[in-house]
Design a protein around this ligand. Structure first.
Ligand SMILES: O=C(O)C1=N[C@H](C(=O)O)C[C@H](O)C1
Length: 291
């Protein structure tokens, strides 16, 4: 079910600080035009924590409309570290959402048994399949291959966005023996090529706002077993991703999107602060080489 490149859209703001919904719509069409299999609304890249409920609803509405028109998959980020409120947020997801990207409970560090209990409870209530968002350097909670496999056995758990900060032993173990119907999507942009080589089926990658078609080709090349082509593309795209992650995400990506005239401002909401102009210019130079 979870294949190809899914672009976690930034949430652009206009000069008065409001969400620029027309720019969201344009970015959504552009990503799909360029070969993305789906979109992710309200990811980390979408600054979900800084949006109020009405803004979140409007962003989902725009993305759901575009994905329905284009027959693309819409994943919506649902974050929370308490099971009851996360279950409520899932139940309240509107029509048009295909899957929910649910972060491993952060900060609390409930242990792996707590993580399993959390996702099992959510899986009983969710109207759409879940994608576990495993990102221990943000959540503070380790989740090993055995636990991910246990979660993946549930019919309402469709996959994991794997962002362990590199290729670790658990990634190797998990991809060697995946539960039926459970997919692994890379979530660390710089490491997506090696994860695809191990058997991941795609990626949720903020850097795929740029060179979307090349990222989609990277997935296809690994799946076709064309290692020479995949390796060359992977090295090139890792350089692009590294340049886009030299300051907290999504500050550099917004800076470059603005420099390209694709969003009205490069603004982010506090506590994020805009990337400095030199950082944006350096990343923009790498992006331009991909045009
Ligand atoms: O919003 C996302 O989804 C992503 N967030 C990651 C992060 O900010 O750590 C990066 C990844 O490309 C996608």
């Amino acid at each position: 079910m979870l294949r190809g490149i899914h672009v976690p859209l930034v949430t652009p703001f206009d000069a008065s600080g409001e969400v620029a919904l027309d720019a969201v719509e344009k970015l959504a069409h552009r990503a799909l035009d360029e070969g993305a299999a789906g979109l992710v609304a309200l990811g980390t890249t979408g600054e979900v924590a800084a949006l109020d409920p009405a803004e979140r609803a409007r962003v989902i509405e725009v993305c759901a409309r575009v994905c329905a028109e284009r027959q693309a998959l819409l994943t919506v980020g649902v974050t929370g570290n308490d099971t009851r409120s996360t279950a409520r947020a899932l139940r309240e997801l509107p029509e048009g959402v295909s899957t929910a990207l649910v972060t491993v409970p952060y900060f609390l560090r409930p242990g792996e048994r707590g993580v399993v209990a959390h996702f099992e409870a959510l899986a009983e209530e969710t109207p759409v399949p879940l994608v576990v968002y495993h990102i221990p350097y943000r959540t503070g909670q380790a989740v090993g291959a055995a636990t991910l496999r246990e979660l993946g056995a549930h019919p309402m758990v469709a996959g994991v966005k794997y962002a362990a900060g590199g290729i670790d032993q658990d990634a190797v173990d998990l991809l060697a023996d995946l539960p039926e119907g459970f997919d692994v999507l890379g979530g660390d942009d710089v490491f997506v090529s090696p994860l695809l080589a191990l058997g991941a089926s795609g990626g949720i990658l903020a850097s795929a706002h740029f060179a979307t078609r090349s990222f989609a080709e990277l997935v296809d090349a690994w799946q076709a077993g064309d290692a020479a082509r995949a390796r060359a593309l992977g090295h090139r795209l890792a350089r692009l991703s590294a340049a886009l992650f030299t300051a907290p995400n999504p500050t550099v990506i917004k800076g470059v999107l603005h420099a390209e005239g694709l969003i009205p401002t490069p603004d982010v909401r506090l506590p994020l602060v805009p990337a400095d102009p030199e950082t944006v210019a350096a990343a923009h130079a790498v992006v331009r080489q991909e045009h």
